[in-house]
Design a protein around this ligand. Structure first.
Ligand SMILES: O=C(O)C(=O)[C@@H](O)CO
Ligand code: MG
Length: 259
């Protein structure tokens, strides 16, 4: 039985961020994820989680100047000290919110010297993984499709898996976003089988529009069965833009709701 996490950066945006926790619980979710919690004190978020009996499945380390277009810095030469400070900041929130997974965004590396970026990424990720391991937290790598995020350091799922191998730390895993995977890689059943045991978080959305998972070209109930079959028991993050309001689009979630 799949376990879903509502992505509170994209769902329930009809409400202010801190109110989305109540809305997710009311809709029947038992877990949430979000991009960045850093505008809010960790205690306030922890309170919302506790009163709604919600787990947090994942959030991202600080990404640099998001509004200016930055998408992380783990692979950016010259930003190592800032990356290390961001790992520390993410860990403060991770401990307060008891999150098992932190996504370290790599950054836009188009036009930079690729071998140097890779070296920087591997070094930064090893250091981040070692710090996070002290708290039992995993560090994740996510491939982003080149249509939405041109120039991002990782675009294909097997590249993420290869990077995990090179980093060679037991708490570094792939973040398998099936929306990006379908756009860049396809053949999702076989891809999930190939990556068995190497991903620690999954995300979903319809393709090509990134709406509810019951729209578009993918057959998600089939993919949930494949995830079950390969023994995946982590959360599936609902990282989509509701087509016409969050609640109106939650029909697909009816069979999976917390009772
Ligand atoms: O865009 C996505 O997909 C994400 O999961 C965000 O965390 C940005 O990486
Ligand atoms: Mg994603």
């Amino acid at each position: 039985m799949p376990k879903f996490a509502a992505n509170l950066t994209l769902l329930f945006t009809e409400l202010p961020f801190l109110h989305r926790f109540d809305a997710a619980a009311d809709a029947g979710f038992s877990a949430v994820e979000f991009l960045f919690p850093y505008d809010y004190p960790p205690e306030e978020i922890a309170q919302r989680l506790e009163r709604n009996r919600l787990e947090v499945a994942l959030f991202n380390m600080p990404p640099g100047d998001w509004a200016a277009g930055e998408r992380g810095m783990a692979a950016l030469p010259g930003r190592e000290a800032e990356f290390a400070r961001n790992v520390d900041k993410a860990l403060i929130y991770a401990q307060a919110l008891k999150v098992p997974n932190l996504h370290a965004m790599a950054g836009l590396t188009q036009g930079l010297h690729a071998p140097t970026c890779r070296q920087v990424f591997v070094r930064n990720m090893r250091a981040a993984a070692d710090k996070c391991a002290e708290h039992g937290i995993r560090v994740l790598i996510e491939a982003l499709n080149t249509r939405d995020v041109p120039g991002y350091f990782v675009a294909h799922q097997l590249q993420s898996a290869e990077l995990c191998e090179e980093i060679n730390r037991p708490n570094v895993y792939v973040q398998l976003d099936l929306y990006h995977a379908q756009i860049m890689d396809g053949d999702l059943t076989r891809l999930i089988e190939k990556l068995q045991g190497r991903f620690a978080h999954v995300q979903i959305a319809s393709v090509p529009e990134r709406h509810e998972p019951d729209l578009g070209e993918l057959n998600y109930p089939h993919l949930y069965d494949v995830l079950d079959r390969v023994g995946y028991d982590g959360h599936i993050g609902c990282e989509y833009n509701p087509k016409a309001g969050t609640k109106a689009g939650l029909g697909w979630f009816e069979p999976y709701k917390r009772g």
